[in-house]
Design a protein around this ligand. Structure first.
Ligand SMILES: Nc1ncnc2c1ncn2[C@@H]1O[C@H](COP(=O)(O)OP(=O)(O)O)[C@@H](O)[C@H]1O
Ligand SMILES: [Mg+2]
Length: 235
């Protein structure tokens, strides 16, 4: 569904991502973990067309989307839940959700798309008339994911959705990812919570210093030696 090959992104002369290959099959949840500065967000921004790769290709269902503008990438069926949620605190919850409708490929079905988000996140429904700034961090994260989903993307990219959330709230967010996948959405999940991500995802890529270091499967989540090696190297 999503295939990144030989991706290189530079900020000035410094490469932030180098020769990166990764793929996400239709209906998969794929994790992308690694320390701060590894190049995870840059990879997502390159997929969205927000930064221009200096080499490599990005293919969506077989067609290259490299070099397309962000709004075109959204129209092609990719949505990003950005780091830090980017909720408009002065708008109501429903107004925030409606902003996501701009990314829809079809004019029909908007009401149903909102309805599905409200079913997935009852707390978003309950607070739909409140100012979004009044929501807790976990509720704002659910709203941010909902805003991406009302566009009915084929591929959902998330940048550290569990950042700053209490463990029980992380359960809610990770549980929602399984429900979203069950609706047929393909997911690429960037996270800091390595162990939980490895346990959840079909496959998890570990990046450091702009490069792919290793690929882990769900069975590796309980292997603490391998998890440490993933972060700090094996030499
Ligand atoms: N806009 C930018 N301008 C210059 N350097 C950047 C910019 N964004 C990120 N970087 C650098 O690129 C590298 C990768 O950053 P990033 O993709 O944000 O990593 P991660 O999301 O894994 O923490 C880091 O060294 C970071 O300092
Ligand atoms: Mg980041």
């Amino acid at each position: 569904m999503l295939e990144v090959s030989g991706l290189e992104v530079r900020y000035g002369t410094v490469p932030a991502v180098r020769d990166l290959d990764l793929s996400v099959g239709r209906g998969e949840i794929v994790g992308l973990i690694g320390p701060n500065g590894a190049g995870k967000s840059t990879t997502l921004h390159a997929i969205m067309g927000a930064v221009r790769p200096s080499a490599g290709d990005i293919r969506l269902a077989g067609s290259s989307i490299r070099g397309r503008a962000p709004e075109q990438v959204v129209r092609a069926g990719v949505a990003l839940v950005p780091e830090g949620r980017r909720i408009f605190t002065e708008l109501t919850v429903e107004e925030n959700l409606r902003l996501g409708l701009a990314g829809r490929r079809s004019k029909d079905g908007s009401a149903e798309a909102l309805e599905r988000v409200y079913e997935l996140f009852p707390v978003v429904h309950e607070s739909r008339s409140r100012h979004a700034g009044l929501l807790s961090g976990g509720q704002q994260q659910q709203l941010a994911i909902g805003r991406a989903l009302v566009g009915e993307p084929d591929v959902l990219l998330l940048d550290e959705p569990s950042l700053g959330l209490a463990p029980t709230v992380v359960d809610t967010v990770f549980g929602a990812l399984l429900a979203i996948r069950a609706q047929g959405v393909t997911i690429l999940l960037v996270e800091q919570r390595a162990q939980r991500t490895v346990a959840l995802a079909d496959r998890t890529y570990v990046m450091s210093n702009g490069e792919l270091r290793m690929t882990l499967g769900p069975g590796d989540a309980g292997d603490s030696r391998r998890m440490v090696e993933a972060y700090f190297g094996s030499s």
